[in-house]
Design a protein around this ligand. Sequence first.
Ligand code: PLP
Length: 414
Amino acid sequence: MILTSPTPIDLNIGAIRQQFPILGRAVKDRPLVYFDNAATTQKPQAVIDTISQYYGNYNANIHRGIHSLAEEATAAYEASRMAVKEFIGAALSEEVIFTRGTTEGINLVACTWGRANIAAGDEILISGMEHHSNIVPWQILCHEKNAILKVIPVLDNGELSMTDYHNLLSPKTKLVAVAQASNALGTVNPVKPMIKAAHQVGAVVLIDGAQSAVHLDIDVQDMDCDFFAFSGHKLYGPTGIGVLFGKKDILESMPVFQGGGEMIKEVTFERTTYNELPYKFEAGTPNIADAIALKTALEFLNDLGKDNIRKHEAALLKYATARLETIPGLTIVGKAREKVGLVSFIIKGVHPQDIGVLLDNQGIAVRTGHHCTQPLMARFGIAGTVRASFAVYNTFEEVDALIAGLWKALKMLS
Ligand code: PLP
C-alpha cells in the first residue's frame, strides 16, 4: 500500500501517548491499539492524578462545610464549572449543570422542561441518526403527553435531509433534539442553521454534544442552542460526570428534577422553596472528584489545541478510509461531507462481531454492533457495523495494524 502517512502539524504524538498509561499495556500479547474512542476515550495521567489527589488530600463534601477541606473541595468543584463555562462559551456559570453524562442531561430536560411544556398533539422532532439516549426519553414523554415524535430522515450518504427538516418544522414543533455529530456515522450536522430554523417556528433546541464536544469548537452562544449535553468520559475525562448547558431564562422557568439536599432553599413539612441555578438541578452529593478531574481533561484538550487535534484526527480518518476502501467487499457506512474522526464499515458476508473478536485477538479494540442507534441501522438495512474511532493519541501505524488485522481476520473467516 503506497500511501504516505501525513505527520500532523504541531503535535508530538509520541509524547502525548506517554501521558496515557493504558497505552503501554498489551492485549492478547500485542501492543494495545485502541480505536473505541467514541465509546470512551482513555485518560491521561493528569486526570488520574487529579482524582487521586482529591481523595488523598482534600476529600470533603462541598458547599455546606465551613472547614478547610470542604472549602478546598468546593473551590475546585466550582473552578471546574467555570472551566466548562469557558469550554462551551456559555455566558454564565449558572447555566452549567453537572450531570452523570449526556444521557442524564437529556433525561433531565425531558422530565422537567418536557413535562411542563409538551401537551397533546405537540411535536418533538429528532433525527434518524440519534443515539438511543436522544430517542427514548422523548418517546417516553410523547407517550405520557400524547405528543408526536417526528424524525428527520437520513440520506444515503449519512447526512440529514435538510429539505425534509424544513418541511417537518411547523408551529406544532415544540422541541428539536439532534446530535451535533453522529456516533455511528461520524456525520457532523449543520446545527447552527438548524437551530435558527427551529427558533423561527418557536421550537426549543437541544443539541446532543456527546460526540462533538471533544472534536469541534463549541460555542453555545454562537450556536444559540437552548440546551447542550455532553459527557466527560468522551473527552479524556472521567466516567460519571457530564454537563447540561441550558439558557438561564429557560432553566429558571423549569420545574426541578430530583428532590434532596442542595437543591433547596428552605424546607418545611408544608412546602419547599428551591435553590438558585445551577444548584436547583444538582440534588444530593454530586460526583465531586470526577467533576474536578473534568477540568483537568479540558486543560489537556486546550493545551494541545482542538484545532491541532482535529487536523490529526482528520488525517487519520482520511488515511484509514482510503486504506479500508482497498479491502474487497468492504463498504463504508456514512460518507457525509463533514465527519468527525470515525469510520463505520461492513464487509460483505461477514458478521461485524466476528471481525471485532478476531481484531481483539490481535490487540485491536474496535466497536461492533448497532452503536445504540438501532433505527439508524434499520434505515441502512444492516444489523450493525464495525467502527474505528480516533483520538489524538492514535497513530498511522495503528491504522496500518488495523488494516493488517482485517486482512488476517478475513483470511481466517474465508
Ligand atoms: N449521544 C451520543 C451521540 C452518544 O454517542 C452517546 C454515547 O455513546 C450518548 C449520547 C450517551 O452518552 P453517555 O452514555 O455518556 O450518557
